[in-house]
Every structure is written in C-alpha cells, then in structure tokens.
Design a protein around this ligand. Sequence first.
Ligand code: LLP
Length: 419
Amino acid sequence: MAVTDTTQAPVFALDQVPLDRIAAAEGTPCYVYSAPVVRQRLAALRQAFEACDWPYALHYALKANSSLAVASLIREGGADADANSVGEIALARRAGFRPDQIVFTGVGKSPAELAEAVSLDLKAINAESAGELDRLDALARAQGRRVRVALRVNPDVDAQTHAHITTGLKTSKFGVPLDDAAALLRERRDAAGLEVIGLHVHVGSQITSLGPLCAAARKVADLAVSLRAEGFPLSHLDLGGGLGIVYERGADVPTYEAFAQALVDVARPTGFTLIVEPGRTLVGPAGVLLARVIDTKPCAGGGRFVVLDAGMTELMRPALYGAFHRIVPVHATDRPLVPCHVVGPVCESSDTFGRVRDLPEPAVGDLMAIMDAGAYGAVMSNTYNRRPLPPELLAEADGSWRVIRRRQTIDDMLALEHA
Ligand code: LLP
C-alpha cells in the first residue's frame, strides 16, 4: 500500500518495507523507520530552499527523533542540528555534528548546561530570558570568550495548533515578549561576553498553514531590521520549526516549495540569513509503530475493543494531545469492516490509539501499523507499567533492515535501581 500526501514528499509505504518479516524476526511492538523516506524528505526540503537562492541552514530538531542512526542519516543528508539539552548536544556530537553545526534551544537551561554549551563554542545559543543572557555573559567572560547568542522572542502569534504544542502566545513560557526584546538587548549592549548574532522564534508544532509561520517571521524580521539600524550586528533569523504533516487523509499542509518561498520572502528584503529547525516534517511520515493484536472483545457501548501490544508507553501522542494516527492492518483481508476502538494494554483509559475506526474485523495475532509515528514517538516512550522500551529498526529500499536500538530488557530497566 503506497500512501501519498499533498506535500508530494514521500511517506512510508507499507509494501516497500517487509513489516511482517520484521515483526517475526524482531517481535512487537517496535518502531520501523524507512531510511529512503528520511533521505528523500530532507533532500526535497533542501531542494525547495536551494531553489529560492538565499543563504539558509536547516537545523534538524533532534527532539523529534534523536536515535543515533536517524541523527546520522540526517547529518549525511546535509542538515545541521538543533539541540534542546546537553543530552541532545552529546547525541549530536556522537552522530558527527560539529559544534559549529549545532544551535542550542531550550526554555530552561541549567547552569551546567549553559557552561558546557559556552565551552563548546556552538554556532548559537538561543537565549530565552534576560537572566539567561546575563548568565551566558558571565560564563563567557569567566571562560575568556564571547558566546554567540540569538534572543528568542515571543511574538504573540497563535499557531492554530493543539494548545499543548502552541509556544508563541504571550501566555506561553517561551522567549521574551517581542516588545521587551529591544530594551533587553540595549541594556546589554556592552556585555563583553555576548555576541548577539540573531533573533529566534518558534510558535508551535504541527502547523498546517503558512499564516502563523509568516506572521511570526515578519514580526521578528521587523524587529531585527530595527535592531541592526541601532548598530546590533545581527546576521540571522532563526524561524524555528513547526511545519505540520498529513496525519489524516484529506488533510492539507503547505508544500516544501511554498514553505521555503514564504520564509525566504520574509528574509530576503532584510538581508538576514535564514535558519529553520524542522523536526516532524522530516521524520514523522518515515516511521510506523508496529504492533500485534493481543485481544479483542465487544464494547458494551458499541463496536469492538482491539487491544494491541503497544500502548501510550510506546506512542504517547494520542493520549497526550488526542492526536490522530492512521491505523492500518499490515495484511489485506476480505473480512467485513467493523467499528473498532484500538487501545493499548496500559491501565489508563486514555491509552487509546483510536475510537470508532472501521477496520477489517481484527483477530488476535494480526499486525497493525500505526502510521506517521517517526516523530515524537520513540523519543517520548517510557516504561510506565514496567513496560520495556521498544526497539527501533531502520529499513532500506532493498528490504533489508537493521536494529538501531535494541529492545530494553527488564534487567536494563532495573540496572539503575537498588532494593
Ligand atoms: N524548534 C524549537 C525551538 C522547538 O521547540 C521545536 C519543537 C522544533 C524546532 C521542531 O518543531 P517541529 O518541526 O517538529 O514541529 N511532542 C509534540 C511536539 C512538540 C514540539 C516541541 N518543539 C507532538 O508530539 O506533537
């Protein structure tokens, strides 16, 4: 079954990856990523920006999927990295990213994280508050250096996405209010440890229209132009991530061409270089969570419960955001369609992947693919109910695959504990 979306960029195709053989060999639940899909999506996004003929850098948001092999794949595809913790910085470095290819974002950076980031001489640290600017200044001076900083501004723009992943409203915890940014920087004009090289903004994730992205970009661009006129030597606009993907058939998201063009149209008249931090769009459609049906039973309220061996522990998005993921039987059958409530085995009613999904009457042992799980899937998995973390597998176009993270064992899980 080949699935296309309206971005015209490739998405996971079930018939190109031998999910049944993978499940037989590796067990379920497991994550399976398609390496060619990741490569093709990154190449398509780069091509869209190249076509605009404006200096840009793609910093992959590692938080979407920071498996070492996936991060390496992205680096080999020519992108740089956006890290959100020293853990992600360490991961990025192991994946081969140089410090000058890494930007460091994060609403709360601990003193140890700031000290390490300063000493690594990263491409830029995206500072989130006046206090953080001062801490960076002090650390840099103590280390006898200047730290490159971009100030994250909060533009008060509604990303029109789920409230939990909206970050650019004035009530959001992220960045400094747009109206305060200039004063904050003026007060620190003589800070010897700071080299303010840009402004940063990120208004949310799974954004499905260009309006909010452009509105935020324009506000930040205008501010950057006026700061440059005051003598601040800014050189880049970091416009964050946020481009959505098609989770549900019939939904629409901007094409890469339209996305790139819209951001470059904002940047070009200013002369500022562009940074973008895409996460989900590069890896989301490239992954599935593969699970087996372990029970079925009627629901007194109508329909059937279909219990999978994967749950909110493996993929938290439906429980946390009410997120929709298509659920596709791996083997086609001619069984009649029945309304199903596809649930996991965890002791929470929110452990539900989908309600009232019409599926060919599932039977115990059937394999199901939960689609578009390559972003914010494995990275958000946990061991609630003492469920081991699932393995992650990377498949190639020739049908081969390799384990890029093995399944956690109970011994792994207990290795950190003392009775
Ligand atoms: N840059 C910054 C500063 C971010 O906070 C994020 C995502 C990104 C870039 C990448 O955004 P993307 O291109 O992936 O939309 N767990 C949620 C998503 C949280 C996004 C957090 N920040 C989910 O499963 O939908």
